[in-house]
Design a protein around this ligand. Structure first.
Ligand code: BEZ
Length: 389
């Protein structure tokens, strides 16, 4: 099936990218033409580069649907490359805040980057709307300058704990993840809920993040442990390699594979191909959600970019919606003005379903059980149930 790009979205994105060097007033976070400067901090390289692309598309789609404005202000977008970790992400955040003089920043995929840039935003009084990274400690204690439109690593995995314990029926499960903040926290959140539901862990291993190409030693350890199933957190390029090797190693069909939704989310699912069939995951979104709001969002996204949206697209589309509401009621366009307005944004009508911020500025939202199926020749994350969040 071929898709026709939506010219409006492409045009807005080009215009915004062209504005990134505009000079202006760093106190009000505006350019000389009065546009409010917003930073987009996303990976354009490394394991999570594809996630960054989906996030940029989500933000630009919201802008194109709202005449290039947020809260009645024209927007000038400054993009910076988060790269593969804190070594690149921390200086990129500092550039947006100190050099470009943005009023707010949206993005950040990697938990280690998010933890590394937290104080930069609090000290500069510039709001950071994290539209992916799930680091548990990021939003606690709550800061007026740190908000998250995605999930926290513990909660998104806890949602799967009881289900996997029930499916395993007294047998044990093996746990795998990359060795960095998010990998440890995602498995930690799952383990807590899994143990509370009577689940037994056969063992766990953490692969070096960003450099592991060969997952065979980890798959072999899972097989030899006697586990009846595997629960794994991997995302982006690592998810593709892991799921394909899971099948090649002969574990598909023998040890059911579960995980948080990142394992089969976005472009990685088509890259995984048949190896992903039957994988069950938990997440706050699937582009298969059967609601009018989601159908309209998916149609607009496909028309604009020629591919289906992911949770990364939605999380960043929603961050634009949050900024739209905050700027509409703010007394000015500075970071402090936006931060003062953020507590009043209320409910966000999202493609994932309506959600609102909790006291720590994390989303209160529904979680869905998804299963990879072949839907007329296309692999999709079919929604097969809801999970307790
Ligand atoms: C994280 O580092 O928090 C993360 C990265 C990719 C997907 C989900 C979480």
């Amino acid at each position: 099936m071929r898709f026709r790009p939506l010219l409006a979205a492409a045009t807005v994105a080009t215009v915004l990218a062209g504005c990134s060097s505009a000079l202006g007033d760093s106190k009000t976070g505006t350019t000389t033409s009065g546009a409010v400067r917003i930073g987009l901090l996303i990976p354009q390289s490394g394991v999570y580069a594809a996630l960054g692309g989906d996030m940029k598309n989500g933000f630009n789609l919201y802008l194109s649907q709202h005449g290039g404005e947020l809260g009645g202000h024209k927007v000038s977008l400054d993009a910076a490359d988060e790269g593969a970790g804190p070594q690149t992400g921390v200086p990129a955040a500092a550039k947006l805040v100190q050099q470009d003089g943005v009023s707010a920043v949206v993005g950040v995929v990697n938990s280690a980057v998010a933890l590394g840039v937290r104080s930069t935003f609090i000290e500069a009084k510039v709001p950071l709307l994290v539209s992916n990274a799930g680091a548990d400690g990021l939003t606690s204690p709550a800061s007026p300058y740190i908000w998250r439109t995605s999930f926290d690593n513990g909660t998104v995995n806890a949602a799967m704990g009881a289900l996997v314990a029930k499916d395993a029926a007294g047998k044990s499960v093996y746990l795998l993840a990359p060795d960095y903040a998010a990998g440890r926290e995602q498995i930690g959140g799952f383990k807590k809920a899994f143990a509370a539901a009577g689940g037994k862990v056969a063992g766990e291993r953490y692969s070096p993040f960003g450099t592991t190409q060969d997952f065979q030693p980890y798959l072999s350890a899972a097989q030899q442990s006697g586990a009846s199933a595997v629960y794994a957190f991997y995302a982006g390029a690592e998810a593709v390699a892991f799921v394909k090797q899971y099948k090649a190693f002969g574990l598909s069909g023998r040890l059911p594979l579960y995980g948080p939704g990142f394992l089969t989310e976005g472009g990685v699912l088509q890259a995984e191909g048949d190896a992903a069939l039957g994988v069950q995951t938990g997440l706050q979104y699937s582009n298969q959600l059967a609601t009018a709001t989601n159908h309209a969002f998916v149609s607009a996204y496909v028309a604009a970019y020629g591919k289906a949206p992911s949770t990364y697209s939605v999380q960043t589309y929603d961050a634009a919606a949050v900024l739209d509401k905050a700027l509409a009621s703010a007394s000015g366009t500075s970071g402090a003005d936006i931060a003062a307005a953020l507590p009043g944004v209320g409910s966000i009508a999202s493609p994932r379903g309506a959600w609102h911020f909790d006291a720590d500025h994390d989303p209160v939202q529904a979680y869905y059980l998804r299963k990879v199926v072949d839907h007329g020749g296309t692999l999709v994350n079919a929604v097969v149930g809801t999970l307790a969040g």
